[in-house]
Write a protein that binds this ligand. Sequence first.
Ligand code: SAM
Ligand code: SF4
Length: 318
Amino acid sequence: MKDRYGREIDYLRISLTDLCNLRCIYCMPPEGISKLQRKEILTFEEIIEIVTAAASLGITKLRLTGGEPLVRRGVTELIRALRAIPGIRELTLTTNGLLLPEMAQDLKAAGLSRVNISLDTLNAEKYSRITRLGTLDQALNGIRAAQQAGLSPIKINTVLLGGINDDEIPALVDLTREHSVELRFIELMPIGCVVPFGPEAYIPASTVLERVPALQPLENARSGVAQLYALPNAPGRVGLISPLSCSFCSECNRIRLTADGYLKPCLHSDKEILLRGKHGDALTEALKAGICAKPQAHSTLSANERSDAGRNMNEIGG
Ligand code: SAM
Ligand code: SF4
């Protein structure tokens, strides 16, 4: 279905839980969050009903996220059920990767198309500092498990943190020389109650091109919201995602479903539409209303201009 500005909305991102086994400094407060009660979280039956209605309106692509989607018990069964919904052609998942060693094969067998795995650094000490609870080895084992299970092409999400991981840009880009991955650098977003980063942390994605001048723009230069580049003769590629320095609202094709059952037409708006409790025509109409409520663009974001998301990132899913 098209929204009011002619954008074809075919992508639904679903937050399965607000819980996480990490506490990344840009996403969650150190003490964690006041977690949603179990009864507040959408059941799998409710998610399947919403996705079925969304598919009837033209949603073809799903991404499961969170919090950490792999900590939601039964996620593999949910994937199997979502894949069977007529009209759903692609089902992906964003994860910190820690649980992939034990889950990747089953996720693939259930119909998961591929994964995005978050990795902000190749330095073990820094990884523990950024995620507060995890180890680099756990994340790297997760990436290996995804590769072995054939959940590819694997995309690696790296949040650019000026003064923290920007010194590693060349080393991270170097991963694409050997591995056929898409390494995506994402600008830090001022959203939710995250650590109050100073302006130096908000570096533009174009910094990557300054630090690695050998990167060349690819002919087919877009992958979703990422602008694509590659090193000469490298099997992997590099994506730059610039929500701050170069907003991509005019091409936004997505809506979001929160774990507690609200449709979020725009990541950076607190306008939400309750879907929980609606069925049949009422559910379809609420979804249409959500798609029509997508703003043309969100307000500008910068170190001093915070997102109006109204929630922490772990409650929305990115
Ligand atoms: N737990 C999973 C993970 O970390 O991949 C999925 C949920 S997480 C909220 C989804 C993505 O949002 C991750 O790639 C994470 O790095 C990114 N993210 C979280 N907070 C962010 C922020 N303040 N700015 C930019 N990206 C952020
Ligand atoms: Fe958890 Fe992902 Fe947020 Fe990190 S970015 S705290 S892994 S939800």
